[in-house]
Structure formats: structure tokens, C-alpha cells
Write a protein that binds this ligand. Structure first.
Ligand code: C2O
Ligand code: CU
Length: 475
């Protein structure tokens, strides 16, 4: 019997991890190569009941875009305009935020700050914006997101390059993590202060493209572009492709110098994406594990790469790894930049300013702060943390003064990571989310070229909901 709530496994072993379900599961649902999204498309947000845990399980009650978890893949070409009519049939308000897109502020989907919430029971909002950058992006609500995203509201948005690299398959894995009860339903303990003050809502069930993954069918010799999107509330994935040497070609949608992942692990905090070139160097019939060992002592198998028993696409290497053309993101000049220091505080074993250095007490609504301010109000009525001069370069020094990991996300811009703990990052990746290790100091730089009020927050959604959230104004 499958027991996703066995305490010994609840943290990292997905329900499938050690439970012998290889037989029952359909493998990774193929949402590769979706068709291009028509000029104008509708997303209906509503409750649904889906077999996340496989066909023989009670169906799970979720919230879904167009009845699907994850939502439909939206796919457009670079430079095209996306028009999405959102219809809200949820019992509560929602919005859609287009994570990682450099779009006009009014289309950013932040309730009260950029638009009114889309009313329940039939409210509508029309989003329309150009997609200036090619890459792997995603969409999700920005209202009560710790609840709405956990209930299933997330989908990928792929912007195609004018000339995409030549691969046999363009594959998308939307990685999610759920906390499910024995009956296969998502537990409703969203107000847990324990989750808020520790590493967020870590679940017990990991899905790829909305199903418990078993095997990913692969053919010897093929070259795959694998797009990874972490839509989990809180789980950081550290993926290891055993027996393979994937090459990272883009991070958070933005092309980077092709490189092997550091220490062989693809580290993906909530909200983050990576595009890989995965050459199938195994032999027909072989099986190799993809494991997540972020929590080293709770490493588990995410999925198996299962080679076709006979087929072989090619016997020689498919050649050098393709390099993606850069996106038109302005280059910041760190030597002529406005500098700001941003200190993250709080959490268990941390201190909150104004509390006399006392550890934060359970029961307090605010568990985290950014430069001493805790924004927990969902109407974003707080004053901006920073006001940046339009078109100026700026360098933000992010100081994680806590004992926890935080994926820090800025809306409306992509930024370069200049250094970590004072050590220059030679690759200077261009990203929209910077994963900070406990006590780490990270310098980021960008040109503040997109006017408006932009959210700046931790993408561990329980941290965001309990104070690790602010706005940055570009004026
Ligand atoms: Cu994906 Cu404000 O976030
Ligand atoms: Cu955080």
C-alpha cells in the first residue's frame, strides 16, 4: 500500500520513492513539444479532481488551469505578443503572475499593486504583453500563493528562439512537491508557523508534469533539451543524473555559458529553471537514476531514465553542445552603479529586529524581515524598500542573516550574480531568482530599466507569506 505520509519518508522520499509502485504509474506525462499557443487564449481557473497519484488512487482535489495540473504549456515565439484571458472560477480571488518575464508593470499580476484581484465566481482579466526574451518561464497566482500554488496552480511558458538548437526532443519537466494525507488529498495546514519559520512547506510527494514519475523513456544516442521548472512551494531540488553528463545552457530562461553543473548537481530553488542538454550516452536497455540529494541523508530517486531495449539513435556523439543566442537584456555597469544593502532576517534560530534580539516566537504572524520590515499584508500596501532611478545600473548586496535557504526573486528584471561571499562568480549568470545559502552574501547587478513597482521576495512561499517580501520601485 502506498503511504505518502509515513513519517520516515515524509520529508524527501516522494510517495513513489520506496513504495514499489513502479508497476502502476504511467511514467512522466509527455508535455514535450506542445503546439504554439494561438494568438489569443483562455485560462480558466477552477477546482478539479485529478489522478496525481496514479490511476488506482483516489483522485486528488486540486485547483487547475483549464482542468490541468500543471496548467497548459503556453508556447510563443520570441518577440510575439501573448494574450491570455483569465476567467476565475475559484471560490476566492486570484491573479496570474508571469514569472521571469520582463513585461510592463500593469501585466505583472500582483494584486492591488498592479491590478485588482480577479474576482471569484467568474471574474475576468485580460493579460497582454510581448515576450522579448526566449527561454523557459512559468506562470502562477500571486494572491495567497502559498495556498494557490500548492493546490496546483502553476504552468510553463516557453518562448522559442527564432532558431532553436537542434535536438531530437525538447522536453519539459515541471517539478512539484505536495504534502498529501493518507487519503491522497492535499493537507490544508497552510497556516503552519512551523513551516513558516523553518524551510517552508516541504511535502512528501514529488510529481513531474503532474504525475508520480516512474520511468522516463529515452533512446540511446539521442540529444534532449530538458527544461526543468521548480514550481514547488519550498523544496529545493539538487538533481544528479547518474551515468550522464548534462550541460547547463540556460538558467531562469536566460542563456549562459554552457557548463557542467557545479559538483554534478543541478540546484533548483523554488521558482528557478534550468535548460539542459542531456545526451543519452547510455546503452540500449540500461536504466539510470535521477536523484535529488539536496537533503543529503534523505536522498531519493526522482525518476529513472529507462533506455529503449534495442533502439539506438546514433552511435557517435551528436557534436558540440549548442550555445543559445543572448537575450536583449541591458548590461549593468557595476563600476557605475547605485549600491544598496539588503539584509534578510528572521526564522527559527534567527533574530528579528525590534524584538530585542529574541528569537521569533511561534504564533507571531511575521517570521521574516527584509531590512527590518516584514510585509505580510496581501494588499502590498507597504512603502517601497528601495526606489531606483530608471535606467541606472544598480548593485544590490543581499545578506542572508538567517540559518535558512532563500530563493530571492525580483519581478520585471533579470539580474547578474556578481559574487558570492565576496568571491567573484566567473560565469556571472543572468537570472531572476538568486538562491542564497544560510549566512551567504550575494551581490547582484541589473539595469533598472523597467518602470513600476516590482515585488522582491523569497520564493519559499511560506517565507513570503510571513514577511520576506518587499517592493522595489523603478521611477
Ligand atoms: Cu514566481 Cu513573485 O513570483
Ligand atoms: Cu525564504
Amino acid at each position: 500500500m502506498r503511504d505518502p505520509t509515513d513519517p520516515a519518508r515524509r520529508r524527501a522520499l516522494g510517495a513513489f520513492g520506496a513504495l514499489g509502485l513502479a508497476q502502476a504509474i504511467a511514467g512522466v506525462a509527455p508535455i514535450a513539444r506542445a503546439q504554439r499557443t494561438p494568438d489569443r487564449t483562455t485560462l480558466r481557473v477552477a477546482a478539479a479532481r485529478l489522478p496525481l497519484l496514479g490511476p488506482e488512487n483516489p483522485h486528488t482535489d486540486v485547483w487547475a488551469y483549464n482542468g490541468r495540473v500543471p496548467g497548459p504549456v503556453l508556447r510563443v515565439r520570441q518577440g510575439e505578443t501573448l494574450r491570455v484571458d483569465v476567467v476565475n472560477d475559484l471560490p476566492e480571488g486570484t491573479t496570474v503572475h508571469w514569472h521571469g518575464l520582463r513585461l510592463p508593470n500593469a501585466m505583472d499580476g500582483v494584486p492591488h499593486l498592479t491590478q485588482p484581484p480577479i474576482a471569484p465566481a467568474g471574474g475576468r482579466f485580460a493579460y497582454e504583453f510581448d515576450c522579448p526574451d526566449a527561454g523557459t518561464f512559468w506562470y502562477h497566482p500571486h494572491l495567497r500563493s502559498n495556498v494557490q500554488v500548492e493546490m496546483g496552480l502553476a504552468g510553463a511558458l516557453i518562448v522559442e528562439e527564432p532558431e532553436p538548437p537542434v535536438v531530437e526532443r525538447d522536453v519539459l519537466w515541471v517539478l512539484d512537491d505536495w504534502r498529501m494525507a493518507r487519503d491522497g488529498q492535499v493537507t490544508q495546514d497552510f497556516a503552519s508557523m512551523r513551516d513558516a519559520m523553518h524551510d517552508g512547506r516541504i511535502g512528501n510527494t514529488v510529481t513531474i508534469n503532474g504525475v508520480l514519475p516512474d520511468a522516463f523513456a529515452i533512446e540511446s544516442g539521442e540529444r534532449i533539451r530538458l527544461r526543468l521548472v521548480n514550481v514547488a512551494n519550498a523544496r529545493v531540488f539538487a538533481l544528479r543524473f547518474e551515468g550522464h553528463a548534462p550541460v547547463v545552457i540556460a538558467l531562469d530562461g536566460m542563456p549562459c555559458e554552457p557548463h557542467a553543473p557545479d559538483a554534478g548537481r543541478i540546484l533548483l530553488g523554488p521558482g528557478m529553471r534550468a535548460d539542459l542538454i542531456l545526451d543519452a550516452t547510455g546503452r540500449p536497455g540500461e536504466r539510470h537514476r535521477v536523484i535529488d540529494d539536496f537533503f543529503v541523508r534523505q536522498a531519493y530517486e526522482v525518476v529513472t531514465l529507462a533506455y529503449h531495449p534495442r533502439k539506438r539513435r546514433r552511435a557517435v556523439s551528436p557534436g558540440p553542445v549548442p550555445r543559445l543566442a543572448p537575450n536583449p537584456v541591458p548590461e549593468p555597469d557595476p563600476d557605475d552603479a547605485d549600491r544598496h544593502r539588503i539584509v534578510l532576517n528572521g526564522g527559527m534560530m534567527g533574530t528579528m529586529p525590534g524584538m530585542g534580539g529574541m528569537p521569533v516566537m511561534a504564533g507571531a504572524r511575521a517570521a521574516w524581515a527584509i531590512n527590518g520590515q516584514s510585509a505580510t499584508e496581501s494588499d502590498h500596501s507597504h512603502a517601497p524598500l528601495l526606489t531606483l532611478a530608471r535606467n541606472r545600473s544598480c548593485v544590490l548586496e543581499l545578506v542572508n542573516d538567517t540559518a535558512w535557504w532563500h530563493p530571492i526573486h525580483l519581478h520585471g528584471h533579470s539580474f547578474r550574480i556578481l559574487s558570492r561571499n565576496g568571491v567573484r562568480d566567473a560565469r556571472r549568470p543572468l537570472v531572476d531568482t538568486a538562491l542564497l545559502a544560510p549566512r551567504e552574501r550575494v551581490e547582484i547587478a541589473f539595469v533598472a530599466d523597467n518602470p513600476g513597482d516590482w515585488m522582491f521576495h523569497c520564493h519559499v512561499l511560506e517565507h513570503q507569506a510571513s514577511g520576506m517580501m518587499a517592493t522595489v520601485r523603478v521611477a
